[in-house]
Design a protein around this ligand. Structure first.
Ligand code: 2HG
Ligand code: ZN
Length: 425
């Protein structure tokens, strides 16, 4: 996607954002807030000639209270920079994404980014304690609380988390950072079937319990993608499914012992065919690379048809199989991976260039399939420009109608990220 914007503004302060929005609102000039531009549904890309408001220069860390773990920063801070900053105080950011090297925290808030450790730390609706947001008319809404608990009136910050820049521009964030775990281990396992993957998940919740920090799936076709397109190699031989389990805790010996016992049990009962455990950082990083670099690997094929859905675990892999049967022959590959621990599947199909006949095989079939299982057509990437017209597959008419009323109340001139998230009807 690419628009024809003539103007990109890079404010440094909240006051500058406020002045820009006041000016644009009075003249009915549309704007697109933009962070690291790592979104996958075109949410931060202008559709026509909207003015781009980039948070690139709003990258100051304002404060960090190392006792409470509360970090306050500007919206344009890059996630990896924040992680480096807080880890010097033995804290960690409560979320982690493959795009951490360039995504901005403001964009993460606007899209309610999930990522690799939602299983452990929960969603941003829990971790974000406060926000500063500039409203469409330039007014600065100060909800930048640093309190853990505050039940005074509507909790307005939640309106902006996941609103994809349609209700205001996030300029400041207050977020709760948990203690950085002393010990991190990763297990990489091979399973014969998806039902074995689910058995492994059940066992990991029972046996690893409080130290479980990620449970990710890579199917055989995904593994082939990183092998072929990025030249990466697997630490174990070929299986139909691979599971990446991460544990994070405070006592290395205790965690390793627990993980070894867990693996022994999985092998003995035949739930898992083979596996390896990594404790050194480079080996851990290499294993995570197989999972985190999938989005990058897919781009080498040419055009990517990207889907990010929530499904009940019993139906999770059925969608990949259905899609493979329906569209497999017309594509280079149909692959399934994702955050099994959160019920979030990433389904991707590729062709060397965009093909309408392939798209017609995929949509609306995929959305009907997902809503037929009471899933969500967007688990974490949002609706943006590409998926907004399918919102009714996941939200009721009355819910969308209330969303539109809120949008109208807060942005009566419709200048904030138009053509995004809400359907065009
Ligand atoms: C991930 O989990 C990201 O790797 C991207 O959400 C998923 O590219 C994708 O489909
Ligand atoms: Zn993801």
């Amino acid at each position: 996607m690419a628009g024809t914007s003539q103007v990109v503004l890079r404010p440094k302060t909240t006051d500058e954002v406020s002045a820009i929005l006041k000016y644009c609102n009075e003249r009915k000039i549309a704007v697109v807030p933009q962070g690291g531009n790592t979104g996958l549904v075109g949410g931060s890309v202008p559709v026509f000639d909207e003015v781009v408001i980039s948070t690139q220069l709003m990258n100051n860390i304002i404060s960090l209270d190392d006792l409470s773990g509360v970090l306050v920063c500007q919206a344009g801070c890059v996630l990896a920079t924040l992680e480096d900053h807080v880890s010097a105080y033995n804290l960690t950011m409560p979320y982690d994404l493959g795009a951490k090297g360039s995504c901005h925290i403001g964009g993460n808030i606007a899209t309610n980014a999930g990522g690799l450790r939602l299983l452990r730390y929960g969603s941003l609706h829990g971790s974000v304690l406060g926000l500063e947001v500039v409203l469409a008319n330039g007014e600065v809404l100060d909800c930048l609380s640093t309190l853990r608990k505050d039940n005074t009136g509507y909790d307005l910050k939640h309106l902006f988390i996941g609103s994809e820049g349609t209700l205001g521009v996030v300029t400041g964030v207050s977020i709760l950072c948990p203690q950085k775990p002393n010990s991190v281990n990763v297990a990489f396992l091979g399973c014969d079937s998806f039902s074995r993957v689910l058995d492994t998940f059940k066992q990991s919740k029972q046996q690893l319990a409080e130290i479980l920090s990620a449970f990710e799936l890579i199917d055989a076709a995904s593994m082939l993608t990183v092998k072929e397109n990025l030249n990466l190699s697997s630490p174990i031989e070929d299986y139909p499914f691979y599971v990446l389990i991460e544990t994070s805790g405070s006592d290395g010996n205790h965690d390793k012992e627990k993980l070894d016992r867990f693996l022994e049990h999985l092998m003995e009962t035949g739930i898992v065919e083979n596996g390896t455990v990594a404790t050194e950082p480079t080996k851990i990083q290499n294993i995570w690379g197989l999972r985190e670099r999938l989005a990058e690997a897919l781009m080498h094929d040419g055009y990517n048809y990207k889907y990010d859905v929530s499904l009940p675990l019993s139906k999770f892999y059925g969608l990949v199989e259905a899609m493979r049967e329906r569209a497999g022959a017309a594509t280079i590959r149909v692959i399934g991976y994702g955050h099994v621990g959160d019920g979030n599947l990433h389904l991707n199909l590729t062709t060397s260039e965009y093909r309408q006949d392939v798209m017609d095989l995929i949509e609306p079939y995929i959305y009907d399939w997902v809503s037929g299982c009471h899933g969500s057509i967007s688990a974490e990437h949002g609706l943006g420009f590409k998926k907004k017209d399918f919102i009714y597959h996941s939200k009721s008419k009355s819910a969308v109608s209330l969303m539109k009323k809120m949008k109208h109340l807060m942005d009566p001139n419709g200048i904030l990220n138009p053509y995004k998230m809400l359907p065009s009807d």
